[in-house]
Design a protein around this ligand. Structure first.
Ligand code: C2O
Ligand code: CU
Length: 460
């Protein structure tokens, strides 16, 4: 008996081909994935469950977080353009929620906003189903009490691959976030005054849910990072010493032409797709920092913070693949007279509370825009306040036309769904509406949208 077991073990060993290089330990920054319940290679069908779980951030004691399927951030849904996504959603939280698919062009009934669906009560279910039309990085999160539900951990990622993707040596999804924790690991009170004004910023910076993260890279490799900021209020103004990033894409997929930058400002809900050549000195860490950025109320008067350590693995540097110089064509939408004037502002209501307004009103009192289906519309968004607001439109991309009367640079054409509108700045952008229903637009600082800075567009 004993001999038999030994020989089986020996057989198993000799049959499995030994790896030619050492297999690295599981990457702690790898995002979780979900089992595909559907055999059709063009359908991803998953069970998604919002539920509480325990998570330890860094060195603080365990925190009771809100999760999709037990992890913060939630799972990565990996699909291709044209695939169908079917999500059997169950709410196991103690309060109602919905799932919004940020940036995805889909039927309004699947959008997860309260204009289009009833909240899913505790114990309730909802079936989301739609086809992914665009390549890019998208994300999903609740669309109610977002200031609390997203902060507690509810955010997941969708990566949609197109038919032509750049050849790289290494690719990573980077989910930027922060969380505010007390020493005992619990969340301090939600709407304190600074959070109400600036959006809640955390005391613990997270990369893919990990505090004090180390991002491994292959020395010298052509590296692609697909970055999303899921924080409530923090803007990340990223810098990696000696690395010039080539920005190859943003919210709505690839740019026509990459551009180079040494700072990457990523507001809440924005995505950036960047390529760079990884530092080549093996085992020598460099710091990925977030540099001060003034977004109003002296928020820029502070020191840089460390977001993560970037560590070239202890292997020989490789000769990187050539970075691509051009991507897809992007159809430029036409300019035209302004038909959707929007003024963003802050103020106080008659109870003396801080509110955020659109055209002088607090949501849901903001009058919806009524638009015919299949029409192209020009927005003029005037930010009358002293602080930046990341403006987000559901269900459609938009293209920047001008900022304070200055035309947008022609070589920066991009499809966006979230864009920073700096304080005291007016931008014009254009969008094509081709899906009927009620669609939301709002500031993506969650405390601001919950505080009233949200409106609707009704497409008939
Ligand atoms: Cu990511 Cu209406 O939001
Ligand atoms: Cu705002």
């Amino acid at each position: 008996m004993k001999d038999l077991r030994v020989s089986i073990a020996a057989l198993a060993l000799s049959c499995s081909s030994p790896p030619s290089v050492a297999v690295p330990d599981r990457d702690p920054l790898e995002l979780s994935t979900l089992e595909d319940l559907n055999a059709d290679p063009n359908i991803l069908e998953v069970n998604l469950e919002a539920r509480e779980a325990d998570k330890q951030f860094g060195t603080t004691p365990v925190t009771r977080v809100w999760t999709y399927n037990g992890t913060v951030p939630g799972p990565l849904l990996d699909v291709k353009v044209g695939d169908r996504l079917i999500v059997h959603f169950t709410n196991r939280l103690p309060e109602p929620t919905t799932v919004h698919w940020h940036g995805v062009r889909l039927p309004a009934a699947m959008d997860g906003s309260l204009a289009m669906q009833a909240p899913v009560p505790p114990g309730g279910t909802f079936r989301y189903e739609f086809v992914l039309k665009d390549a890019g990085l998208f994300w999903f999160h609740p669309h109610m009490r977002t200031d609390v539900q997203i902060e507690k951990g509810l955010a997941g990622v969708i990566r949609v691959r197109g038919s032509e993707e750049p050849q790289v040596d290494e690719e990573r999804v980077i989910v930027l976030d922060d969380v505010r924790l007390k020493e005992d690991g619990t969340f301090p009170t939600f709407l304190d005054d600074t959070s109400k004004m600036m959006g809640r910023e955390g005391n613990t910076i997270l990369v893919n849910g990990i505090a004090n993260a180390t991002i491994a890279v292959t020395p010298g490799a052509a590296t692609r990072w697909r970055i999303v900021n899921v924080a409530n209020g923090r803007f990340f103004n990223l810098r990696l010493p000696n690395a010039n990033w080539w920005v190859i894409g943003t919210d709505g997929g690839f740019l026509p032409k990459p551009y180079q930058t040494d700072r990457l400002l990523v507001a809440p809900a924005e995505r950036y797709d960047v390529m760079f050549v990884a530092p080549s000195a093996r085992n020598t860490e460099v710091q990925l920092t977030s540099e001060p950025y003034e977004r109003g109320h002296h928020s820029g008067e502070r020191d840089p913070i460390v977001v993560a350590q970037v560590r070239p693995r202890d292997v020989d540097a490789i000769q990187p693949k050539a970075l691509p110089t051009a991507f897809r064509e992007l159809v430029k939408l036409p300019d035209g007279p302004v038909d959707m004037p929007i003024t963003l502002d802050e103020g106080t209501n008659d109870k003396g509370e801080l509110v955020f307004t659109i055209n002088g009103k607090v949501f849901p009192d903001v009058a919806p825009f009524m638009i015919a289906n299949n029409s192209t519309r020009v927005f003029e968004v005037k930010n009358a306040s002293d602080m930046d607001h990341p403006f987000h439109l559901h269900g459609f991309f938009f293209q920047l036309l001008e900022t304070n009367g200055v035309p947008a640079p022609a070589d920066r054409l991009a499809n966006k769904d979230t864009m920073i509108i700096p304080g005291k700045t007016t931008v014009k952008f254009v969008s094509h509406f081709d899906e009927p229903g009620m669609w939301m637009y709002h500031c993506h600082i969650n405390e601001h949208s919950e505080g009233g800075m949200m409106g609707e567009i009704h497409i008939q």
